[in-house]
Design a protein. Structure first.
Length: 105
């Protein structure tokens, strides 16, 4: 076993793990890809186009919102979802920094 002195930023690692956990479900990835394709889309179009139950879609969107992977905006009675690219980029950078430190040792 190798003795390493890697310093882990606990907060970034926790945030990254929460996001990866949220992305670990195939249906959430499908929803996220659909939102990405449309830049901003309301929840009705998500579940109607993907042929999902409204309650299931809402549960998965809640998990994505809680992980801050998607953002919402309201237009009248409709809630529109968009991908939070900044958050995803931050997580990717945190993971890459961790992996680079591991490779250096």
């Amino acid at each position: 076993m190798r003795n390493t002195n890697v310093k882990i930023d606990g907060e970034n690692l926790h945030t990254s793990s929460e996001i990866l956990r949220a992305l670990a479900h195939p249906l959430r990835m499908q929803i996220l890809e659909f939102i990405d394709e449309h830049k901003s889309i309301n929840v009705n179009k998500i579940y109607n186009t993907l042929k999902l139950e409204q309650s299931i879609t809402s549960q998965h969107l809640r998990i994505l919102r809680k992980a801050d992977i998607v953002t919402t905006s309201r237009e009248g009675k409709f809630i529109h979802y968009s991908v939070n690219y900044g958050k995803i980029a931050h997580v990717v950078n945190s993971i890459n920094n961790f992996l680079e430190k591991e490779e250096e040792e």
